[in-house]
Design a binder for this molecule. Structure first.
Ligand code: FES
Length: 176
């Protein structure tokens, strides 16, 4: 039902729980409407609309994909295709703090896996898991587009560049 991970473009609608209503709150809906005015077509606003939806709902559930598809007049399968292509969209619920460790080449050769392993070890998590109190999720991600300052760890919307095991270890202690 609602929390199953879609595994094909057709799964989005199949798994969406249509009894669970998903709707922007008025202020988010106002931002969405303002977005539409900046793009030539509704479909062209899909990426920023997904950002907005992630801010609003925390993750892009199948219900959110169907909702956005309706608002933008595009097939939910198309929304799913975009969501699954970009790693910045959460396809599962995440904790209050989402720690994303880039392990692509530039970061990897600058010890990204030491940072990643330390995060998991310190929090007692397996990759992609969330702490039991819902506070922190740790995931491994593809290039964050800041290779010149590798290794990079993104926590929610903030980039932590030239990271080290020690700096991230300390940072984790501050995430309440
Ligand atoms: S490889 Fe990590 S930011 Fe590009």
């Amino acid at each position: 039902m609602a929390h199953l991970q879609p595994d094909s473009p057709y799964a989005t609608e199949r798994y969406a729980d249509t009894t669970r209503s998903v709707e922007f709150k008025p202020d988010a809906k106002a931002k969405f409407d303002a977005l539409l005015e900046r793009y030539p077509t509704k479909e062209a606003a899909l990426l920023p609309a997904l950002h907005l939806a992630q801010e609003e709902f925390g993750w892009i559930s199948p219900e959110v994909m169907v909702y956005l598809g309706t608002l933008l007049e595009i097939e939910p399968a198309k929304v799913f295709g975009v969501v699954s292509f970009y790693n910045m969209y959460n396809q599962k619920p995440v904790g209050k703090h989402h720690v994303q460790v880039c392990t692509n080449l530039s970061c990897m050769i600058r010890n990204a896996y030491d940072i990643y392993d330390r995060c998991l070890e310190k929090l007692g998590l397996q990759p992609g898991e969330t702490t039991k109190d819902g506070r922190i999720t740790v995931t491994e991600v593809e290039c964050l587009g800041s290779c010149g300052t590798a290794p990079v760890v993104q926590i929610n919307n903030d980039y932590h560049e030239n990271a080290s095991v020690e700096s991230i270890d300390k940072l984790l202690d501050t995430l309440k």
